[in-house]
Ligand binder design. Structure first.
Ligand SMILES: Nc1ncnc2c1ncn2[C@@H]1O[C@H](COP(=O)(O)OP(=O)(O)OP(=O)(O)O)[C@@H](O)[C@H]1O
Length: 577
């Protein structure tokens, strides 16, 4: 039960005690009456005695009945019949509960007395289990009850505050003080927040009124918000992380992220993508490097019926011919020298029931093409060293930036494989042929990188015009890199054409490699290798394009990147294997 509910229960009980015909006093061991109901006030008035006189007379008898039992007291105005009960909190005696009525008047029934006892015990039990600290004070601000949580959570000892004025809390715990002051000025429900011993507190004060609508009791609940606030902060952080990871994933892996498609050509492609997503036919996606082939592949996968099944991406150009069979089809244990003892599952089997992307399919050797063709025709793979083939159910998507038909004409790509792959053909035009997409893409990357780097960069109209005029030979990846650079590097928030760092601008026209001092040959070669790879990676993000720019084999690029840890922090989607 929270403090709020405890208030309501307390108010209920107060109402119950006030509706009882008998006078009820709760008297602290030090002799102070810390609670009295409405009938108690009436009793005093009827007898014409002060509270001190009455309590004094009652107290004199408490010892006589050993803290419990019935007794009668004669006071100036008449005879009072009393029933005395112990008042305990957390197992410790705090004082006495006295239920009294004037002799000769209608007596409280035994049932009524039992009910009173039950109600009081219930109040105690409830207050003790409430996790918030609870302070109950009378209208004069004298503390009449506190619960255990006040002690355990806030270190405020019961014995130090019971029977004392609320001022003690005001002095030492200014939040409560502020609350009591406000409630005395205007007795209504009030919430204040503050800190105490580095704890963030939320204090709620609620007034309880007597039958004449006079302020009778104040109940204060003190909640330690520190844990809740820490949790809330953590949750918010997690939410931001998740958001940024989702953006990251959607941008770099295309997992259902938005595809910017404003030009008629891209709109048509997007429509086609959604049509083919649900059929099982092989799709061939062509287009220059960086036009968004992989983005389209991802969209097909994520909108297809196989979206919850495996999605394996293979960069055909990165698999050496000698490893093609073992990587794609797998091998049995001990199939050949150097094979893993436990054997290996090939990519086709891994993609079973799911989707397999054959990226850079134009890079396959003729020997590999024959093996691939067989699997596509038979729909089964045979691991090296296995006695028989196994059936595989894989949806194939192939992608390339090569003109496969020209390759067929030149004899470097098998015609039969070409027809097997080219069932549904999607060609993505370069950015220079769909300029309507430039501004939406710029805005998309601007928003993405602003969020990623926590910036608030804006693009000036001149820069928009400038970007529109560029030819973007490196396509969308080049545009993306240009926007990222402009968001990260300049300190100004308003971006103009002067902030654009494109290809060929601002570069040193002198020698590409400069020797600044003598270093050992081996170290110089290693440093240069690493530097070259990093620069190529920053520029191209594709091992195939990097290989082309550096004029070395793609497999060498892959190997060296691994060796120097280039791009290891960021999974290069083009290097799917
Ligand atoms: N229509 C698009 N909407 C949003 N982002 C896009 C779009 N097209 C491409 N991109 C982004 O441009 C970059 C290059 O896209 P992608 O890798 O899909 O090109 P690609 O044609 O597969 O390149 P490569 O042939 O070099 O492998 C990626 O970061 C991608 O998220």
């Amino acid at each position: 039960m929270n403090g709020e509910a405890a208030f309501r229960r307390y108010a209920d009980f107060d109402a119950i005690l006030n509706s009882i015909y008998c006078a009820i006093f709760i008297v602290h061991t030090d002799g102070r009456a810390v609670y009295r109901n409405g009938a108690a006030d009436e009793l005093k008035a009827e007898l014409g005695v002060t509270e001190d006189e009455l309590i004094g007379a009652l107290e004199a008898q408490i010892d006589v009945v050993h803290g419990q039992g019935r007794f009668a007291v004669a006071v100036e105005g008449g005879m009072i019949i009393c029933h005395l009960l112990p008042w305990t909190q957390a197992g410790q005696r705090q004082g006495s509960i006295i239920v009294a009525h004037i002799s000769g008047k209608e007596r409280c029934s035994a049932q009524e007395l039992d009910n009173v006892i039950d109600v009081l015990e219930e109040i105690d039990a409830i207050l003790e289990v409430v996790a918030d600290g609870i302070v109950v004070a009378d209208k004069n601000g004298v503390i009449i009850r506190v619960n255990k949580a006040l002690e355990t959570t806030f270190g405020i000892k019961r014995r130090d505050v019971l029977g004392r004025s609320m001022e003690i809390l005001d002095r030492e715990h200014s939040v409560c003080g502020e609350l009591v002051r406000k409630m005395n000025e205007d007795p209504k429900r009030i919430v204040v927040s503050g800190t105490y011993k580095q704890k963030e507190l939320l204090c709620t004060g609620a007034p309880i009124f007597d039958r004449q609508h006079r302020l009778k009791t104040i109940v204060i609940s003190i909640q330690d918000m520190s844990a809740l606030n820490t949790l809330r902060k953590k949750l918010e952080e997690q939410r931001l992380y998740t958001k940024s990871y989702m953006r990251e994933i959607s941008l770099f892996n295309g997992s259902g992220g938005p595809i910017v498609a404003h030009s008629p050509a891209m709109k048509k492609i997007l429509h086609l993508v959604h049509v083919v997503a649900d059929v099982e036919s092989v799709v061939l996606i062509t287009g220059e490097s960086g036009t968004g082939k992989e983005v389209v592949v991802n969209e097909i996968y994520h909108t297809s019926r196989r979206k919850d099944k495996p999605f394996i991406k293979i960069n055909c150009g990165a698999i050496p011919d000698t490893l093609f069979e073992s990587e794609l089809f797998g091998y049995e244990s001990g199939a050949f020298t150097g094979a893993r003892r436990q054997g290996k599952v090939g990519f086709f089997e891994l993609a079973n029931k799911g989707t397999l992307l054959l990226d850079e399919v134009g890079e396959l050797s003729l020997a590999a093409q024959v093996k691939l063709l067989r699997v596509i025709q038979e729909k089964e793979v045979q691991r090296i060293g296995a006695a028989k083939p196994v059936k595989v159910d894989v949806r194939l998507i192939a992608a390339t930036n090569k003109d496969l038909w020209s390759m067929v004409c030149q004899g470097t790509f098998r015609q039969d494989l070409y027809y097997r792959l080219n069932v549904i053909h999607i060609h993505i035009p370069p950015l220079r042929e769909r300029r309507e997409d430039i501004i939406p893409l710029v805005n998309y990357f601007l928003k993405y990188f602003n969020e990623k780097y926590g910036k608030e960069k804006e693009i000036s109209p001149e820069l928009y015009r400038f970007l529109m005029r560029q030819d973007w030979p490196g396509n969308i990846r080049e545009l993306e890199n240009a926007v990222e650079t402009m968001i990260v590097l300049p300190s100004e928030n308003k971006l103009t054409p002067s902030h654009f760092v494109g290809k060929g601008t601002g570069e040193d026209s002198g020698a590409a490699v400069k020797v600044q001092r003598l270093v050992p040959w081996k170290r110089a070669v290693e440093e240069m290798e690493k530097e070259l790879l990093m620069q190529a990676y920053r520029e191209y993000r594709s091992t195939r394009a990097m290989a082309k720019a550096l004029e070395i084999d793609q497999s060498t690029v892959v190997r060296k990147m691994k060796k120097w840890g280039v791009g290891s922090h960021e999974k290069d989607k083009n290097d799917a294997i």
